[in-house]
Design a protein. Structure first.
Length: 531
């Protein structure tokens, strides 16, 4: 029989509340039914949570990574308990009403992780995620709990190939627009669909999943070098085991805990990493949410300030040429961060997961070389890959991915749609013209509801060859794969009385991304988007 201490006896492990004492005999019975031995019940209990599911290529590999992480926990002297959380596949919910469930699933994930970890009194957690909202959801849950934690991103897919050239899912989305415009044949479109996602993993560009994988490393929640390797790479076997071993080391050492890692400075580092790589506009939402879980405020205006301080260093899709696998080959996040640190763009005194400072960790990292990451002294662009805009249509801010844009200014006439669906129908029919500013409203968190992501309509426009000829303005969201003069997250949203609700067909809208800070607007100059 398992030895037990009297109820109320002090223990360094919170899981002892479920195994020690006479009144925990039923609990021990349940644990024995799970296969735990007497010795197992004396070990720390570690939750290994993942978004493993068969609903998207992003999530399919995660079950194997969770098994490997559990092996690492066992080797290091703990007992792992695996559980899964909800996952809404953005890939399959895109461009229809199902997308309303995408952003809210982030909260469901964080809540479910909190519920299981606290409900079962586990001592530590390894969180594994692969699709867009599962990454911030897992990180939010970890920071909220503030238990010994290790985050692991499942990695991206590889590019496909057609006639010797690399293709990705973004090419497929944009090929749909080409088909509607008569520029792409049905056979070419089907060939793209067959080639674009050759193996499991998340979308391979600097879209939302890869952006947040890099954020996890920069915040210190993930092992350095773990996010950019492809999902199918053999190194993921080792890094998954390391995740389990590392969480046991952190448990034994008493830290660093998530709130030791997620600080004001590390959040600034993360925002600068997003800006330097031309990452997803969704990162602004997620960074604010992660900060909130740490008891910090990091609003859009302050994120925009960090964007403005950062040049664009990485030449990554959708605004550039390269993918996560290419960045991995060039040194991954540590290599890119070492390049940025050389120029003083990062706070070096932030902690990493192994307890070293970021400065110390990067001293042994190879500096990224080659065309993927440019030196800060000769950046890809002096301006960041993203901008927070403010103006009379978005007094509380809006977001624009500037990486790859030929021009940062646009003046045109409003073409107003009351929903994404009506806008998509018009774009499919090519019922718009060069010089239009397509306004899609009532798609914010309240008005949608759910703040849908609109890669479908933006890719249609680009595929029709109109990506630089029109602009798009919405209180909804965009995918990290969106490119072009596409301004999202317009706030306040129409349903909250925002000025976007007052725009009428034919109104003149002026977009001036270089003048996007509040100071410029207070001096009376046009800033952001204005009518």
């Amino acid at each position: 029989m398992t030895p037990f201490k009297p109820s109320g006896a002090a223990s360094p492990l919170r899981s002892r509340v479920t195994v020690e004492g006479a009144d925990r005999a039923p609990h021990r019975a349940f644990l024995r039914a799970l296969g735990l031995s007497d010795a197992d019940m004396e070990k720390p209990f570690v939750g290994v949570t993942s978004a493993a599911a068969g609903n998207t290529p992003c999530n399919v590999p995660l079950a194997r990574f969770a098994e490997l992480a559990a092996e690492g926990v066992r080797v290091a002297g703990g007992f792992p308990f695996s559980f899964t959380c909800a996952s809404v596949a953005d890939s399959m919910s895109m461009n229809h009403a199902g997308m309303r469930y995408s952003l809210v699933s982030r909260e469901l994930i964080a809540d479910s992780i909190e519920a299981v970890m606290n409900g079962h009194a586990y001592d530590a957690i390894v969180g594994i995620a692969g699709c867009d909202k599962t990454l911030p959801g897992a990180m939010m849950g970890m920071v909220r709990l503030n238990l010994p934690s290790v985050f692991l991103y499942g990695g991206s897919t590889l590019p496909g190939r057609i006639e010797g050239r690399e293709v990705t899912i973004l090419d497929t989305y944009e090929a749909v627009g080409g088909w509607y415009a008569g520029r792409v044949s049905a056979g070419e479109l089907e060939s793209m669909a067959r080639a674009a996602v050759p193996v499991p993993g998340a979308c391979p560009g600097q879209f939302s999943a890869n952006t947040m994988g890099m954020v996890a490393e920069t915040l210190g929640l993930a092992l350095l070098g773990s996010s950019t390797m492809p999902a199918v790479h053999s190194r993921r076997i080792d890094v998954s085991r390391q995740a389990g071993e590392s969480v046991m080391r952190i448990l034994a050492a008493g830290g660093p805990l998530p709130r030791d890692l997620v600080t004001r400075k590390s959040l600034e580092n993360a925002a600068r990493t997003v800006a330097a790589t031309g990452g997803s506009t969704n990162a602004a939402l997620h960074l604010s949410a992660i900060a909130h879980e740490a008891g910090l405020s990091f609003p859009l205006e302050e994120i925009g300030r960090e964007f403005r301080r950062t040049p664009l260093l990485a030449d990554m899709k959708p605004g550039g040429k390269y993918l996560a696998v290419h960045l991995d080959e060039a040194g991954g996040v540590p290599g890119g961060a070492a390049r940025a640190a050389q120029a003083g763009l990062l706070h070096g005194d932030c902690l990493t997961l192994d307890g070293r400072t970021l400065e110390a960790a990067l001293q042994v990292a190879p500096i990224a070389a080659g065309p993927v990451v440019w030196p800060a002294t000769q950046p890809k662009s002096a301006d960041a890959g993203l901008a927070v805009l403010q103006g009379n249509l978005c007094p509380d801010g809006a977001l624009l991915k500037t990486a790859g844009l030929q021009s940062l200014e646009f003046t045109g006439r409003a073409r107003v749609f009351e929903s994404e669906d009506t806008a998509v129908a018009a774009v499919r029919a090519r019922d718009y013209a060069a010089g239009d500013v397509i306004v899609i409203r009532n798609e914010g968190p309240k008005g949608g509801p759910g703040m849908r992501e609109m890669l479908g309509v933006t890719a249609l426009i680009y595929g029709q060859g109109m990506g630089e000829s029109v602009a798009l303005l919405t209180d909804g969201r965009f995918s990290g794969a969106t490119r072009g003069m596409c301004i999202g997250h317009v706030s306040p949203e129409a349903a909250a009385g925002g000025a976007i609700g007052l725009v009428r067909d034919g109104d003149t809208i002026h977009i001036d991304a270089p003048r996007n800070d509040r100071t410029a607007r207070q001096r009376g100059r046009t800033a952001g988007a204005a009518t």
